[in-house]
Design a protein around this ligand. Sequence first.
Ligand SMILES: *[C@@H]1O[C@H](CO)[C@@H](O)[C@H](O)[C@H]1NC(C)=O
Ligand SMILES: *[C@@H]1O[C@H](CO)[C@@H](O)[C@H](O)[C@H]1NC(C)=O
Ligand SMILES: *[C@@H]1O[C@H](CO)[C@@H](O)[C@H](O)[C@H]1NC(C)=O
Ligand SMILES: *[C@@H]1O[C@H](CO)[C@@H](O)[C@H](O)[C@H]1NC(C)=O
Ligand SMILES: *[C@@H]1O[C@H](CO)[C@@H](O)[C@H](O)[C@H]1NC(C)=O
Ligand SMILES: *[C@@H]1O[C@H](CO)[C@@H](O)[C@H](O)[C@H]1NC(C)=O
Ligand SMILES: *[C@@H]1O[C@H](CO)[C@@H](O)[C@H](O)[C@H]1NC(C)=O
Ligand SMILES: *[C@@H]1O[C@H](CO)[C@@H](O)[C@H](O)[C@H]1NC(C)=O
Length: 869
Amino acid sequence: MFSLILLSVSSGVAGAAVDKRIPVPAGYVAPSYYPTPHGGWTPDWSESYHKASLLVSNMTLAEKTNITAGSGLFMGRCVGNTGSALRVGIPQLCLQDGPLGLRNSDHITAFPAGITVGATWDKDLMFRRGVAMGEEFRGKGVNIHLGPSVGPLGRKPRGGRNWEGFGSDPVLQAFGGALSIEGIQSVGVIATMKHLIANEQEQYRMYSLAQPGMSSNVDDRTLHELYLWPFAEGVRSGVGAVMMAYNAINGSACSQNSYLINGILKDELGFQGFVMSDWLAQLSGVASALSGLDMSMPGDVYIIPLLGNTYWMSEYSRSILNGSIPVDRLDDSVTRILAAYFQMGQDRNYPRPNFDTNTQDAEGPLYPGALISPRGIVNEFVNVQANHAEVAREVARDAITLLKNINGSLPLSRNSTLKIFGTDAEKNPDGINSCADQGCNKGTLGMGWGSGSARYPYLDSPIDGLKSRSANFRFFNTDSLPSNSNPAPGDTAIVFVSADSGENYITVENNPGDRTSANLNLWHNGDKLVQDVAAAYSNVIVVVHTVGPVLLEAWHDLPSVNAVLFAHLPGQEAGDSLMQILYGDVSPSGHLPYTIPTSESNYPSSVSLVSFQVGQPQDTFTEGLYIDYRHFHAANITPRYAFGHGLSYTTFAFSNATITPVTPLTATPPPRPAKGSTPTYYTTIPPASEAYWPANFPRIWRYLYPWLEKPDADRAAAAVNSSTKYPYPPGYSTTQTAGPASGGAQGGNPALFNTAYRLTVTVTNTGTAPGKAVAQLYVQFPAGIPVDTPTIQLRDFAKSATLAAGESAALELRLTRKDLSVWDVAAQNWVVPDVQGDYGVWVGGSSDALRVRCGTVGAACEERGEGPV
Ligand SMILES: *[C@@H]1O[C@H](CO)[C@@H](O)[C@H](O)[C@H]1NC(C)=O
Ligand SMILES: *[C@@H]1O[C@H](CO)[C@@H](O)[C@H](O)[C@H]1NC(C)=O
Ligand SMILES: *[C@@H]1O[C@H](CO)[C@@H](O)[C@H](O)[C@H]1NC(C)=O
Ligand SMILES: *[C@@H]1O[C@H](CO)[C@@H](O)[C@H](O)[C@H]1NC(C)=O
Ligand SMILES: *[C@@H]1O[C@H](CO)[C@@H](O)[C@H](O)[C@H]1NC(C)=O
Ligand SMILES: *[C@@H]1O[C@H](CO)[C@@H](O)[C@H](O)[C@H]1NC(C)=O
Ligand SMILES: *[C@@H]1O[C@H](CO)[C@@H](O)[C@H](O)[C@H]1NC(C)=O
Ligand SMILES: *[C@@H]1O[C@H](CO)[C@@H](O)[C@H](O)[C@H]1NC(C)=O
């Protein structure tokens, strides 16, 4: 989502054109799926649905439509504010960005970004960061947190928002997302998993008068095995909200794609919460409701917001009165929203918003989007930081990924004489929050830019870290080698370099979100800076703050470049977290959440950025399953650093692995459980009077309301019997169905998540320093199966506690039925392609360092001289 929109539209409200599907490459279809499955059919939500449906049965039409949409852009304290139904005790709900912390506010924590969290490979930290973040959103009175982001998946290395998610693998992304959701929701905040789906590029993502949003054309198997996987896990964790992506899938906009929302999300994945549009991504009124959208954000029409025009609110009331949207569709949406509210316990002492996303001032307009607004206290400066800096620092530290370390150049010793180069080592001299939504790359890069950013409460920079250690250093705050650095033989030079990206509504140094100009290179001539320092100094350490893969080839192998670390995007805790690693208080334990290539040509051309096209930009996912390491293996390309790579100051050995069958496999999963009962909704159209404006209501001009003038409401009601009927889409139906075979519970058929095999492996610290090990488990499908599968695929991982030199620990890993299945497009189910086949289950510290192989046949493990790749 975004904030300040720069509209370059001329005039008029078109829109009919976008309702039609624009031609996409042959074979990509956007099927119909109706009706929206009523929510409430899984046992884990039945109590909340019971409470919600009691309430809904007592709500008027205007109260119901009020809950399903925002009051308009800039029409309240939060980035999204629904209408209220105060008569039945429901306040306006506050929706607020973003995935790394509370955007546009004060006294919060700017946590490390998702990509940094992914690099920790630490499930416990993923959860604990979620809890801390949830506490901050709750403390500021946010009902609905707009995170985590589990899409984009990083298919395109230059994609602008990959850093908001957890890495370029569906399983790493899934654990990051699901554990964040569990943490956030554990304190009563509704999490929003986004963006469904395949929003892999920033440019051309949005529909506008000028052009439809980009179409991601994805085949069914790829959708299920890659892009949908993290969403399935998030639903399984009970996520309360899902946000639809801006783009289209197979030519049909995600926000009104009935197959995606009604079919895949609500029926197959059994999602029980509510579905919202991304900001100004709603394109239609009746059609989006029928397709399963439950909440319109921020409520305005997408073409020209801020004029008080909406597809829902009053228009939703009209669509109910004129019979175009069935009453049970509205009731289901409202029940879904209120069920999520009850599911998180928000009916009990939940705080009201005490901040304002639109200003830093204490007082201001209550509705900045209105022409004339009442003023009042808008920011109460509530401090919600508690001790969250500690978990933020822990994440930042344990994400730091040591890629190279020769000649024992790291850790530093206390008396090392340091020469520090690069503007990335110190805070932006213009101020740490001088660029709105962090829309610049100046100073230490702690996060990317856009709606996924936060204001720093402070920024502990690497230079601050050196100062607080009383390090012996000189800092040259420049991105070119100065002539006065006076290299001395004992010097250690540390070079700080960065690569940034962000959301499309801001362009930074000619990069409109995606890295269109920077490509995969370091910014600010970073390559030259490292080369020049490496020519002048004999011991050089390179620290990289980056949103994703960057090319290191220009200097990586220079003889004096002894160490390279990725510190990813550490948020506010950039300094001490890095010092703890550089000085060896703790050993680095981060691992790469993506592959680092040797050249951009390593990637398939289909993952390049799509440039301008007349009409709807088409982005066809022809590489299928083969993104990131899956592609490198298939194409037999050795990257600079493999997915999962990460060094320590010690070494680890994996041994004594065991594999134990738990639930026996069959080719297809056992039949799904039938849907449980859902609330019964009336289909009788309410009286028009339920939508009449109340007398003497103090209207705020441009604010979005659910009411109609009496003659309008009466006319709509009279239209019910007119011969003009709403042009329902092909395949439209109002009969609830049993749901697909692959469904049955939150996340899908519950049997998919049965543990098929349990594994244990002993990890031993074989070096001299204490450290934490990561065990990564990859599955290799049996040879000779009739379906093509990537050579190896990550399925689980575990991180040890700190192990002293010589100490061992047993780590537990598991494989589910789903982990051993492929999505069978014909059967529309997860199928084990060879039940008797010998799956290779590989365990090790990196995708290119797998030396323990367990086989499912014979259930035995052995150590191998060579890995699978
Ligand atoms: C996109 O088209 C492919 C190929 O026809 C189809 O298998 C898939 O289900 C479609 N996906 C969606 C979300 O419509
Ligand atoms: C509906 O609301 C009225 C008060 O407005 C209350 O008396 C009644 O008990 C409510 N009914 C239900 C089913 O909640
Ligand atoms: C709808 O919500 C607004 C606040 O956004 C509130 O003023 C109004 O009273 C609500 N309408 C109904 C019918 O409750
Ligand atoms: C009912 O109202 C909605 C919202 O204005 C409109 O889109 C729809 O076409 C109307 N239906 C009929 C049959 O006029
Ligand atoms: C690093 O070690 C290699 C041999 O392992 C040696 O050739 C090189 O000179 C050493 N570099 C430094 C800076 O000590
Ligand atoms: C730093 O101290 C260590 C002992 O702790 C010593 O071996 C080394 O020579 C010292 N280095 C410098 C540059 O003074
Ligand atoms: C091997 O693993 C098993 C199961 O975790 C454990 O009980 C045993 O102690 C381990 N043996 C060694 C030598 O580590
Ligand atoms: C529409 O027609 C039905 C059936 O003839 C009738 O019961 C109902 O009162 C009519 N509604 C309106 C608003 O005319």
